[in-house]
Design a binder for this molecule. Structure first.
Ligand code: ZN
Length: 287
């Protein structure tokens, strides 16, 4: 039985298109990691950016997960319904002096070769602009279960990063931290394309005095030309009528080769084998 101290994992796709092999790998890895620890596995649709959403993408993602036996616990969550919690966090951060409004243009930042504020916004109260988090000279230390200890000095990488954009969309960094904290997620397992967001998210957990989750960044599936598989570069959608084959391929990619007797086995049997044999130390750090 799940209790407060149980493992909680999640899969959090953006509805910008159907799932491709890379996203199936991320879903499978996080599912196996949660189930292998008798935990729950949640599903959250990261629909923060309506203009980038593809019609029917959410329906297609849910159907794809179901076809692969990757069934989630609890109700599907949608970031578009979480504005109240994001505003509450922003108000808390603002009251404590952790944020400021910045109206510097992208062009001004490019010209100054800086990733963040290039004017006097930190000191003056601007009426309109993006809300940035003060990062000072923080060096963030965190652990990735596969890659070990990692450090990042935010001033050298991203500076005072944006929590709410000037067009009023909430930034990914804010939404993901607040939602994972609300759901008491203990284990974030996701593709290594998101590794370079982790320091910013850890910093935000610390500033908000929220407990950080553990992190495991999975190797990234690439196309034959070495390019990252992504919706942006038109990675092929997963075919639902090949669910068993797809799971087999995803397991092999994660260096969890099932026994030959399970070739073409129903997805439920493949998943049972994989949960019983899940071992993150087998994962390659490179594909
Ligand atoms: Zn500024």
């Amino acid at each position: 039985m799940a209790n407060e101290t149980s493992v909680i994992g999640r899969f959090a796709p953006s509805p910008t298109g159907p799932l491709h092999f890379g996203s199936l790998v991320a879903a499978l890895g996080s599912y196996l990691d949660a189930h292998a620890q008798q935990g729950k596995w949640l599903l959250r649709i990261e629909n923060l950016d309506p203009p980038r959403e593809a019609p029917n993408a959410t329906t297609s993602i849910l159907a794809c997960l179901e076809a692969h036996g990757l069934l989630w616990h609890e109700q599907v969550q949608y970031q578009s319904q979480h504005s109240d919690r994001y505003e509450h966090a922003l108000a808390t951060l603002s009251a404590a002096g952790h944020t400021y409004v910045c109206d510097c243009s992208r062009l001004a930042m490019q010209q100054a070769s800086r990733p963040d504020c290039v004017s006097d916004c930190r000191l003056s109260k601007k009426a309109h602009g993006a809300i940035r988090l003060r990062t000072h000279t923080a060096t963030v230390h965190y652990n990735d279960r596969l890659r070990g200890d990692i450090s990042e000095t935010l001033a050298a990488t991203c500076g005072d990063f944006v929590l709410k954009r000037r067009d009023n969309f909430y930034a990914y960094q804010l939404a993901v931290v607040i939602d994972d904290a609300f759901s008491s997620v203990t284990d974030v397992v996701r593709g290594s394309d998101l590794l370079d967001n982790t320091a910013r998210q850890c910093y935000l957990y610390d500033v908000l005095a929220l407990p950080r989750p553990r992190y495991l960044h999975l190797p990234l599936a690439t196309a034959e030309n070495g390019q990252k598989l992504s919706k942006q570069n038109h990675a092929p959608a997963i075919q639902l009528n090949k669910a068993s084959e797809n799971l087999w391929d995803a397991l092999c990619f994660l260096r969890h080769q099932p026994p030959a007797s399970l070739q073409a086995a129903p997805v439920r049997e493949l998943l049972e084998w994989a949960v019983a044999h899940w071992s993150p130390q087998l994962l390659p750090t490179q594909p």
